[in-house]
Design a protein around this ligand. Structure first.
Ligand SMILES: *[C@@H]1O[C@H](CO)[C@@H](O)[C@H](O)[C@H]1NC(C)=O
Ligand SMILES: *[C@@H]1O[C@H](CO)[C@@H](O)[C@H](O)[C@H]1NC(C)=O
Ligand SMILES: *[C@@H]1O[C@H](CO)[C@@H](O)[C@H](O)[C@H]1NC(C)=O
Ligand SMILES: *[C@@H]1O[C@H](CO)[C@@H](O)[C@H](O)[C@H]1NC(C)=O
Length: 336
């Protein structure tokens, strides 16, 4: 890390701990996500509620919670469409929830609802992964957990895995990864790893779905200069506190454009959604540009939805724009 980068980080640390709250027992505060006290107490303001895994009365989608790795406690919520027939194979979606790396879970009501809707609409099996959260488990732990989960999914390739829903119903020619916000960042990094790593057991990913991806970088691009400063500071504060040992804002995990391995992205097609009012929207377009420049040999499409806020598809699921996104997401998962 350069001296100037280090001092920017220091200023950010001071900024978040002092201006957000004057009380000296607060180490840092990242509203609306978390507050961390000097005594180690961590307060989460969102994403702590839990919806049980039941058969959804409206969609008939079934779900259940399973343990992928008991010692590191990587778990997942699995989804099966209401009309699933054993032997009739369907595509698979491995999903990573958002929440700034600090909050939320697969069981959180907005995510449970989102996955029920996607599974019903697209007629796919889904695995919604619970990776461990920062700051108790600083990055890169979330990537390691998510890769563990993906490898576990791949271990069902020949039909002899631990989980009958995956053995019986999944067509391994159509495995997709996706996520929103920080989860989209994770999904992208899983596709990078799937393209470079030999541990995929022969599985090739088909599609990558990125909903309002949480990417960033040292240099301001697109709409970032003119957009509001507190959100810009928040983006940097999230990364600094979620990943204290990172290589900075141009870490390839946060800025795919600085990843020398970008051309190895291990999937055939990518769909990116960005929201018109989101400071992150420029990063979605930049991602497409970087992929093209890298020489990656796949199809990438960006859809910008005017008048919408960050993560509208998960946060406001009943709006016409969210329903439209759901329909396009489903089509992306179904089509060859
Ligand atoms: C700072 O945090 C304390 C403890 O939660 C709270 O009572 C207080 O209202 C906050 N102050 C400001 C200025 O946000
Ligand atoms: C830590 O400090 C916060 C804020 O003062 C307080 O609410 C909490 O109970 C403290 N926790 C411990 C373990 O002392
Ligand atoms: C394990 O993970 C689940 C789901 O994320 C969580 O509810 C539970 O508290 C975790 N258990 C431990 C021992 O950390
Ligand atoms: C690029 O991929 C190689 C081989 O998988 C890996 O060793 C290296 O760390 C990667 N580079 C970055 C910057 O991630």
């Amino acid at each position: 890390m350069s001296t100037s980068t280090a001092s920017v980080f220091l200023v950010l640390l001071l900024h978040t701990s002092i201006s957000a709250n004057d009380s000296s027992d607060i180490l840092y505060d990242i509203p609306p996500f978390i507050r961390v006290y000097t005594n180690g107490t961590i307060q989460r303001f969102i994403g702590t509620r839990v919806a049980p895994p039941l058969t959804d009365p409206i969609t008939r989608v079934q779900s259940k919670d399973i343990v992928i790795h008991p010692t590191v406690n990587v778990t997942a919520r699995l989804y099966l469409p209401g009309n699933a027939i054993p032997g009739k194979k369907t595509p698979l979606l491995v999903y990573f929830h958002g929440g700034a790396f600090f909050t939320e879970s697969a069981a959180s009501p907005p995510y449970h609802r989102h996955l029920n809707s996607v599974v019903a609409r697209a007629n796919v099996v889904a695995v919604s992964v619970n990776y461990r959260l920062a700051p108790e488990n600083p990055l890169p732990i979330c990537y390691e957990d998510s890769w563990l989960a993906l490898k576990w999914v791949f271990s069902h390739f020949k039909g002899y895995g631990k989980e009958p829903w995956i053995n019986k119903y999944v067509d391994f020619r159509h495995v997709h990864v996706g996520g929103d916000s920080a989860g989209a960042n994770i999904a992208h990094n899983m596709a990078i790893r799937a393209g470079s790593d030999h541990e995929t057991g022969g599985v090739l990913l088909d599609g990558l779905f990125l909903n309002c991806p949480h990417f960033w970088g040292e240099k301001r691009i697109g709409n970032e200069d003119t957009s509001n400063i507190p959100i810009k500071n928040m983006m940097e504060s999230i990364w600094v506190h979620a990943y204290p040992n990172s290589r900075g804002l141009d870490d390839p995990l946060l800025n795919p454009a600085s990843d020398p391995n970008l051309s190895r992205l291990g999937c055939r097609k990518v769909l990116v959604y960005v929201a018109g009012n989101d400071i992150l929207r420029g990063r979605g377009w930049y991602y497409k540009q970087a992929l093209r420049k890298s020489g990656w040999n796949g199809i990438v499409k960006v859809v910008q939805v005017q008048g919408e806020e960050h993560d509208f598809g998960v946060r406001f699921p009943d709006t016409p724009n969210a329903l439209q996104m759901l329909q396009n997401f489903a089509a992306f998962l179904q089509l060859d």
